[in-house]
Design a protein around this ligand. Structure first.
Ligand SMILES: Cc1ncc(COP(=O)(O)O)c(C=O)c1O
Length: 388
């Protein structure tokens, strides 16, 4: 296995070697990294629910009632009443006929895309879609056509060339994970109608965050009944782990029978489902948590712009601070950490070459003090790294 050592050397040489940072405290508005307390601006725990007493209590209660594991796949021995309660709650939240849960967003995407399309079909996928979608497309054996990011003319042109395919699936992130921008869903569903395609939205970052009741991107645009496959995760705003697809009763029945990552994988652990269920109830009951998230996001975004950073105008809790060059970006991330803020630098292949950035994410639990400290760190670190 000499290649392993050689590949690692090559990654180091290219500056593409990935390292994990260890957190020594949980995901609150501040955490401890390398013995130093810092404002946490890197978590997808948008509503701060991983530390919410009701959510933690529900996880403990689920363990007391159902044990620590599910013991098998949903179709064999792992189907607890708790899983079915969760699916009903998701269907209610999304106002669909049904829902199906998965162990993670990654396995949901790659399994569901494989289940929906096959040889003889075509998938049209936004070029900035999440890697789990990319992998699902690759594994599906369908023809994969990539359209330029949110470019509806390009999507229409490709759709016009797909008449000979049996099924046409358009798949997109609802909120793009590295830029925080929204998919142009009204245009996408219109084109889908014109070209007899169906639409799948990955709402990992929209669930609990967007829409009047937090139900996500489709609700934000009032298009709940036009997106046939609504995927979301339990791992981000819902503060747990796992994922779901919501849709018609027939779709859910189909996915239960056809999705390999559902059929051949142990059912999600009770603690994860119990926690997510309590988080979902909080999203429904306490819209003020979501409102606080939006206030915080606007405050940080405006502050960063005022400091002279290049921050796109999208209104989202994901705030990409564009730097461009990889080495400069990593230098800024390090300077930020030294100044008491953890906001990671993102490089290719996660983002396109030349668009390296600091990906700052805001949480509802950040106080004004946390955000002011973060802004002052961005000011000092940006000058030190020579980017503002
Ligand atoms: C857009 C998107 N889809 C899917 C996933 C995968 O979800 P999970 O982390 O639950 O596997 C992520 C998370 O990283 C994501 O950002």
């Amino acid at each position: 296995m000499k290649f392993v050592v050689e590949e690692i050397k090559e990654l180091l040489r290219k500056g593409a070697y990935r390292k994990m940072r260890r957190l020594d405290r949980p995901q609150a508005s501040r955490t401890v990294i390398g013995g130093k307390e810092c404002v946490l601006l890197s978590s997808n725990n948008y509503l701060g629910l991983t530390e919410h007493p009701e959510v933690k209590e529900a996880a403990k209660l689920a363990v007391d009632s159902w044990g620590t594991g599910s013991g098998g796949s949903r179709l064999i021995t792992g189907n607890y009443a708790l899983h079915e309660d969760m699916e009903q709650a998701i269907a209610c939240f999304k106002r669909t006929e049904g829902a199906i849960t998965f162990g993670s967003g990654y396995t949901a995407n790659f399994g569901v895309i494989q289940a929906l399309v096959n040889r003889g079909d075509v998938v049209l996928s936004d070029e900035l879609n999440h890697s789990s979608i990319v992998d699902g497309c690759r594994l599906s054996r369908a023809e994969v056509k990539i359209y330029r990011h949110k470019d509806m003319e390009h999507l229409e042109k490709i759709l016009g060339q797909t008449k000979e395919y049996r099924r046409r699936l358009i798949v997109t992130d609802g909120v793009f994970s590295m830029d925080g921008d929204l998919a142009p869903l009204p245009d996408i569903v219109k084109l889908a109608g014109q070209y007899d395609a169906f639409v799948m939205v990955d709402d990992a970052h929209g669930t609990g965050v967007l829409g009047r009741s937090g139900a996500g991107t489709a609700e934000h645009f009032g298009l709940e009944d036009k997106v046939q496959v609504q995927m979301g995760t339990l791992s981000k705003a819902l503060g747990s782990a796992g994922a779901f697809v919501a849709g018609t009763r027939e779709l859910i029945e189909y996915l239960r029978n056809k999705t390999r990552s559902f059929i051949y994988s142990t059912a999600p652990a009770p603690a994860a489902i119990g926690a997510a269920l309590a988080a979902l109830r909080l999203v429904e009951r306490q819209p003020e948590i979501r409102e606080q998230l939006w206030k915080n996001a606007r405050y940080l975004r405006t502050g960063l712009k005022n400091l002279g950073y290049q921050v796109p105008y999208e209104d989202s809790p994901i705030i990409p601070v564009l730097i461009g060059h990889a080495a400069k970006t990593m230098q800024l991330a390090q300077a930020l950490l030294e100044a008491g803020v953890f906001a990671p630098g993102i490089r290719p292949p996660t983002v396109p070459e030349g668009t390296c950035r600091i990906r700052a994410t805001v949480m509802a639990i950040h106080s004004r003090d946390d955000l002011d400290q973060a802004l002052s760190a961005f000011d000092r670190a940006g000058r030190k790294a020579g980017v503002i």
